[in-house]
Design a protein around this ligand. Structure first.
Ligand SMILES: Nc1nc2c(c(=O)[nH]1)N[C@H]1C(S)=C(S)[C@@H](COP(=O)(O)O)O[C@H]1N2
Ligand SMILES: [Mo]
Length: 398
């Protein structure tokens, strides 16, 4: 394991070289939002697009979203506070389960692995993914579209762990805390909460110690992280160390005022206005992307082009993906790839034959299991969450 200093050195050192050598690897030339953002390489990671270094916030280049599973080394990274843990000694690490329980537990990794193994393929997406595209502009990290990824997560079911600790009657919320601790007492520790009933009714909520069949990268939560399929990744607490069962509702900073959406059916308000009341963000909206060819690419007229991308939603599963090359006047159905379950990216492909030359806009939309889709106008809220709109790329037909 790297020391913190080595870790930071490794992180900083490649920024200049990769920027010079590989700037063509991302779409800065056609996506103004990414312009000027260097590619950086952190430990256990490949080149990712830098948003901030302290704390590390790194996004995945769109080219990785031509397939269902996002490789561990290309998976995005988001932390709220700095410093972050850069190594964990498994001999020392324990997962504490405490609070309103009959039998407080202090689990080693071996103990955790004794619970029945459970796997789920699920999308982790930051609530603020694509925030940089909000108009009017909103405060917060100006993410492009790369604060998302999909992996096979394996670990212990959270309900099994809570049963082993014997959550007592009267339990209401359960909180999750990781090893990252703020350097100043004025900065609130990153702690998230879930309703105990939600956990007990959902066997897919897991404490994951594997990601795509390997141990988690440090930056994605080694040695264990919470996985809450269908819900935004703000709940997916990384470098997990403490689970506390409470008899009341937990409403500290990252639950309130943080991570809340307007209490309206769309989670949106009139652009530029403030919501009357808010609720915690939970389930993800329907999204779809064209990853190949890359936005801005040149293609030959009258030659078939294979379009590829992914679509996902908050747990109903993707039923259909459609493409339009005439600004949405007509749509044609894409071919769906393998079904990895209702929480996963669904790969899709389509053959498209450009006619005529010049710039062509291609749009993509998806429908989930209950018929939800995206509209042509983006929904707006002041935190820049829940981006849900028909996405598009432009290709130059020559
Ligand atoms: N310990 C810890 N866990 C955390 C966070 C954090 O700041 N600290 N951020 C959350 C948020 S908002 C997101 S989007 C995801 C990002 O997960 P990733 O870095 O593995 O992509 O981690 C979540 N878990
Ligand atoms: Mo996030």
């Amino acid at each position: 394991m790297l020391s913190r200093r080595q870790f930071l050195l490794a992180a900083g050192a490649t920024a200049a070289t990769t920027l010079a050598g590989r700037s063509s690897a991302f779409a800065a030339d056609v996506d103004p939002l990414l312009a000027g953002r260097p590619l950086v390489r952190y430990p256990e990671k490949t080149d990712l697009i830098l948003l901030t270094a302290r704390p590390p916030q790194l996004e995945t280049p769109l080219s990785y979203f031509d397939r269902a599973i996002t490789p561990n080394d290309a998976f995005f990274v988001r932390y709220h506070i700095f410093p972050i843990p850069t190594s964990v000694d498994l001999d020392q690490w324990r997962l504490e389960i405490k609070g309103h329980v009959d039998k407080p537990l202090s689990l080693s990794m071996d103990d955790l692995k004794k619970f029945p193994r459970a796997s789920v393929t699920a999308v982790a997406q930051c609530s603020g993914n694509s925030r940089g595209r909000f108009a009017p502009r909103v405060l917060g990290g100006q993410w492009g579209d790369g604060a998302m990824g999909n992996a096979v997560w394996t670990g212990a079911r959270l309900q099994d762990v809570l049963k082993a600790a014997g959550a007592r009657s009267g339990a209401l919320d359960v909180t999750f805390d990781g090893l990252d601790k703020p350097a100043f007492p004025t900065v609130p520790d990153f702690v998230k909460a879930l309703d105990v009933q939600r956990i007990m009714n959902d066997p897919d909520v897991i404490v994951a110690y594997e990601m795509n069949g390997q141990r988690l990268p440090m930056l994605n939560g080694f040695p264990a992280r919470l996985v809450v399929p269908g819900w935004y990744a703000t709940y997916w607490v990384k470098n997990l160390s403490e689970i506390t069962v409470l008899t009341d509702r937990f409403e500290k900073f990252w639950m309130k005022p943080g991570y809340r959406i307007p209490d309206t059916p769309c989670g949106c308000v009139e652009p530029g206005t403030a919501p009357k009341s808010t609720v915690p963000i939970t389930r993800m909206t329907v999204r779809s992307f064209i990853a190949a060819p890359a936005n801005g690419s040149r293609v030959a007229a009258n030659q078939p082009v294979t379009l590829k991308g992914i679509a996902f939603d908050g747990g109903y599963g993707v039923r259909e993906v459609q493409i339009s090359d005439n600004l949405g006047a007509t749509w044609s159905r894409a071919t769906l790839g393998a079904d990895h379950g209702r929480y996963s990216f669904r790969e899709w492909s389509a053959t498209w034959k450009p006619t005529g030359t010049g710039t062509t806009r291609l749009m993509v939309r998806a429908f989930n299991g209950i018929g939800e889709s995206q509209g042509s106008e983006p929904l707006w809220n002041p935190a820049g969450y829940l981006r849900n709109v028909i996405e598009q790329i432009t290709l130059v037909v020559a």
